[in-house]
Write a protein that binds this ligand. Structure first.
Ligand code: FAD
Length: 523
């Protein structure tokens, strides 16, 4: 590993396998631009790329190196949806607006996929599929989820019964699962480095080692002070995640900083392929528990956590080792090769912060542990709002900026995470016990009633979208404007397998109106 890379990005497996990236010089002379983006993570880089592609001059100011924190340290799962559970979103904004938001979340995935393809991005290693497995034997909740996503939202989603799950994940800890064939996983640091290059190719300028120290957002030209120079810009995008605290303490106060951990094992040889044959991303609960995937042929990348008070990476790595062996006893003797952590900014409602805080001051933040697709949405919506006065960002108006509770919020988050984890472990153990009893009695596991869900879900192949180009910039191909999808017909299923723009059109504006509490552009 190059020492500069290790110093800037930590001793992660990603840093060790990062593609060559230039060190960008800091800003040393005053500059006048149309837009200034503060923060060189995925949100800021996407916004800058899209602002530049729309013909505006734009600079990115980054305190350290691009993607040194969450964006370059994540598990790399590019998933549909948001941090908030879809049923909570429906409860908050209603069916039409929730469907519309789900479409946006899928468009975020497609943006990442299209960007990787368009730019022939090196080292990203896109692999399809996400399997969200259950550790309990009650399939009702999953059936309801599949019905909502497949039938009501027209999402491509499959229900996998327990036998199918255990055929690819050889552990008796798992029961049924929801499979999302259009999701995929990537090397997130290489994606972010590629995105930075793509932003520069579009005309954006990126200054590393350039913290924004003060901002005067009043007036038509906003002034941003950095250590050596002043930036004047008509529009400012705040994309600093929790690190924005010194610049904008009130905004930072709307985020709860949670630390998550990732570890990569030493090569496991053929026994890994015997334990896990699924090559996509795997999550084993709905809340913050374990996520994993195979990397480098025969290594396991294992991630988890989401703690308000950071633990030592070494201790976490030991606990991951134990969890791997508990889940897959056949991987006994597994050793961790590298482990690291990153900080995520969580909002109270678990939805991202996307919108205009005051005239010309935009926010693209609060993506929590679900930032790969949502930062892509944010970058696109904010760029289009700035350059085209596009108002699709208003779909997020119902999710206001609200205080995250400061120190007390952290204590509360710690307590509720302990309770949730304890509850999930307890439920999983009970499910195991029931299964043992069923086995002893010679009874089979009652399968979930997938019929309703199956009727709704398109049986798409994992690589159904392999060659689909997608351009979010063009309003002609803006994928959010689709009609509500009803029952799937055989023709629809073929369409769904053909590509992401195949679903019938949703009336975005109507859905958006139902999501908006009033006409006030500001929050
Ligand atoms: C361990 C881990 C695993 C994760 N796994 C996944 C996953 O599998 N899938 C998924 O979808 N999401 C995942 N996430 C979440 C996802 O990585 C984040 O939500 C996303 O990367 C946030 O991007 P960002 O641009 O908002 O923030 P960041 O990546 O934190 O970037 C913000 C940048 O702003 C800069 N900055 C802040 N203030 C200033 C200032 N005043 N001046 C200049 N620069 C400033 C910072 O230096 C930083 O580089 C994970 C996160 C972690 C930590």
């Amino acid at each position: 590993m190059q020492e500069t890379v290790a110093a800037d990005y930590g001793r992660s497996w990603y840093a060790a396998t990062a593609v060559e990236a230039p060190i960008r010089p800091p800003l040393v002379a005053d500059i006048d631009v149309d837009a200034c983006v503060i923060g060189g993570g995925l949100a800021g880089l996407t916004a800058a790329r899209e602002i530049a592609r729309l013909g505006w001059s734009v600079v990115v100011l980054e305190t350290k190196r691009v993607a040194w924190n969450a964006s370059g340290r994540s598990c790399g799962f590019v998933l549909p949806g948001f941090g908030a559970d879809i049923t909570q979103i429906v409860e908050r904004v209603g069916m039409d607006a929730a469907r519309n938001l789900w479409m946006l979340s899928e468009a975020g995935i497609e943006y990442v996929r299209a960007t990787i393809r368009e730019t022939a991005m090196p080292g990203v290693e896109m692999r399809p599929g996400w399997l969200d497995v259950s550790k309990v034997d009650n399939g009702d909740e999953m059936v309801a989820r599949i019905s909502l996503l497949g039938q009501d939202f027209g999402a491509v989603v499959e229900g996998w019964p327990t036998e199918q799950v255990r055929a690819v994940l050889r552990t008796d800890q798992y029961f049924h699962a929801v499979h999302f064939p259009r999701a995929f996983h990537i090397h997130p640091l290489n994606y972010a480095l590629g995105l930075a290059r793509a932003a520069e190719e579009a005309g954006a300028r990126i200054f590393e080692q350039t913290p924004a120290l003060e901002i005067d957002p009043a007036g038509v030209r906003k002034r941003i002070l950095t250590p050596s120079a002043l930036v004047r810009a008509g529009q400012v995008v705040l994309a600093g995640n929790t690190h924005i605290a010194a610049l904008m303490p009130e905004l930072a106060g709307t985020l709860l900083p949670l630390t998550s951990h990732v570890a990569v094992t030493e090569p496991l040889g053929p026994k890994l392929a015997e334990a896990i044959t699924y090559q996509g991303a795997i999550s084993d609960t709905r809340s913050a528990n374990f996520h994993y995937r195979i990397v480098d042929g025969d290594r396991l990348m294992w991630a988890g956590g989401g703690e308000p008070f950071a633990r030592s990476t070494g201790r976490v790595a030991e606990s991951f080792k134990a969890a791997i062996m508990r889940t897959y006893p056949q991987l006994d003797g597994v050793e961790i090769a590298s482990s690291w952590s990153g900080v995520m900014g969580f909002t109270m409602h678990r939805m991202p912060q996307i919108g205009e805080v005051s005239p010309g001051l935009w926010i693209a933040s609060g993506f929590g542990g679900h930032g790969l697709n949502t930062s892509a949405i944010a970058g696109n919506l904010v760029a289009r709002a700035i350059a085209d006065s596009d108002d699709h960002w208003r779909a997020f108006v119902p999710f206001e900026l609200c205080w995250a509770g400061g120190g007390l919020g952290r204590v509360f988050a710690e307590a509720s995470s302990l309770v949730r984890n304890w509850r999930e472990d307890f439920d999983a153990k009970q499910a195991q016990k029931r299964e043992r009893q069923r086995r002893e009695a010679g009874d089979a596991l009652p399968p979930p009633d997938w019929n309703e869900a199956r009727a709704a879900a398109a049986p798409a192949a994992a690589d159904a979208y392999a060659d689909e180009p997608h351009d979010l910039r063009s309003s002609d191909t803006w994928p959010y404007e689709r009609q509500p999808r009803g029952e799937l017909t055989p023709d629809d299923e073929v369409e769904a397998a053909d590509g992401p723009s195949s679903a019938a059109e949703i009336d975005w504006r109507q859905a958006q109106r139902s999501a908006e509490p009033n006409d006030d552009r500001r929050r």
